[in-house]
Ligand binder design. Sequence first.
Ligand code: CAA
Length: 676
Amino acid sequence: MIETKLHQDVLEIIISNAPVNALGAGVRSALSQAIETAQADDQVKVILLRGAGKLFSAGADITEFDQPPTGCTLPAVIDAIEASPKPVVAAIHGTALGGGLELALGCHYRLATPTAKLGLPEVSLGILPGAGGTQRLPRLVGLDAALNMIVSGSPVDATSALAMGLVDRLVDEEDFPTAAIAYARILDAPGRTRDKQVADDAGVLERFAAANARRIRSLDAPKACMTAVKASVELPIDEGLALERKLFAELVGGAQAKALRHAFFAERAAGKIADLPADTPRRPIAKVGVIGAGTMGGGISMNFLLAGMDVTIVEMTQDALDRGVALMRANYEASAKKGRLTREQVEHAMSLLTPTLAFDALADCDLVIEAVYENMEVKKEIFARLDAIAKPGAILASNTSYLSIDEIASATKRPADVLGLHFFSPANIMKLVEVVRGAATADDVLTTGMQVARSIGKVPVVARVCYGFIGNRMLIPRQDNAYAMLLEGATPEQIDRVHTDFGMPMGPLQMIDLAGVDIGWHRDTDRIESLQDALCAAGRWGQKTKAGFYNYDENRKPSPSPVVAEIIDGFRNRAGLKRRDISDDEIVARTLYTMVNEGAKILDENIAQRASDIDVVWLHGYGWPRHKGGPMFWADQIGLTTVSEGLARYADRIGDGFSMAPLLARQSADGGAPDK
Ligand code: CAA
């Protein structure tokens, strides 16, 4: 776990704990031992600390946070390094994150290669840097920069680190670690971070707290980070370190930190296909085709173009093609205006796009993604045409959000090459892609689908075929119950508030307004059989018509609509329903517990590989609050009995065909977790 190499008077101590040099108990104890031994060795004048493999260190071993602490602590190792009479130099390549960077902060000098990244991402795990980061970083880089790094959790690159005083010097990448060793050799007396003073920058803390108040309002960790950083100004370092340690201990066992750790590991697990070895081959993808230049087709294409891939986009009419291409450019330009893209990136991306009306232009694509509207006959016709022209080995994907990939694949003579790549709207922004594995999908087609999604910065999750796959299938009972409760007496504001208070970015009705109330509507204004029909017939199609469940102003700010209240009243009266008060508890049970129930069915039917995959779908496709881990994790935390009892309480109102998921019934009886 620790290797040492003596280069005359410089002792190299190498952290060697693949894959990310996490600082688990074994590493800490070996490191502490190596530092102690080096003190006693007269030959050693300087100690150089670095990581083996691709990086310095990813910090504490996160898996240990759920176990009782063992062995020497990281703060103790760092104290020993800082107290060393012999200079200790951190030589950073790749990344130094969390406890890894804190280790470097305890060293007397820091060197970094130009491509290195340095950060304290603990806040994203619901904790704060617990090994001195909140006290030492401000002493090196000042309050403002330290607050930004610690509270955002975002890493900085080596050049910025040099400019802010976080590293002392950049060393040649090609000549690493030799150049670092040569530099270490000329160092003498150790300079200790703890001896520096933090400049009390008047008002910085207050300004920072005010500017970030909204973003962090329901989160414990960023607030604790700010408290600890404040202590770096106000308290002697040992008292500051003690406070940091206390806050760390409080947070690490808390509900938010557990949920965020779950999300971290769930995301990594989702990338693994349970029944396929990691080295399953993949097909090379260089050229992508997209059928349909509507919002989805355009959004999907934008991802590939930005990743530097050639995209051919096909439409039926010149008008639709021009509109689609213009929208893509406008979206890129809006990002450039916000500083998220450079002008060169926009132009380069657009230069890789080939818009065409010629379907045959897809013949040399390695991957073709169909993104036309949801109609099985249309999709089958497209896949039959594709089958006739696509080159052998090309992957044929559908972006369908509900329909059977198996039926779509049956329109081709190569069902093994077909899969679903279900992007979420807006497709250029949302991270989730459900990679839908048909009954005949070949292994290398599935692994390629996962890899392609990753290569454009998405989070792929495998789903099997069913109506709506994972995410949208769970949305159905939520949506049905939201509509039903409006007729029974709830208001759109009440239903949505329960969800936004929970931490969702928007409630079910706000989401329908965003997506379009008219999705799935039959388009006959005289046929009014449902609330949706009535809203659509009245031109209330959602945000796009500035009227849906809410009225919208020019900034898309919603306000309650008396017209909607009237439409709902009219419906209720015609249905002979008596308005009653609906409690928040009922809304939670009928919209959130029903989702968990559907999730449990999805798991039982093997549509999802694991419960945590369902959580990843909701984190990245629908904005489930990360500090609540995802619906299945959340259900486990509040107790499956709570969920099943809540469902039972409202079972007769939940809607036709409601049935408790057998898995939920079984496991709540056992008191177990929703995972199998
Ligand atoms: N502890 C334990 N396991 C870790 C880990 C950590 N700190 N960081 C990564 N891993 C594991 C992953 O779970 C994954 O395991 P599997 O292969 O079994 O799925 C494996 O290492 C590789 O990780 P990635 O797939 O994420 O690899 P990558 O190359 O894409 O990314 C990375 C590398 C940027 C370092 C990324 O892993 C990462 O961001 N890690 C977490 C960094 C972090 O949050 N550090 C702070 C820890 S808390 C702390 O240090 C507290 C303190 O104050 C002492």
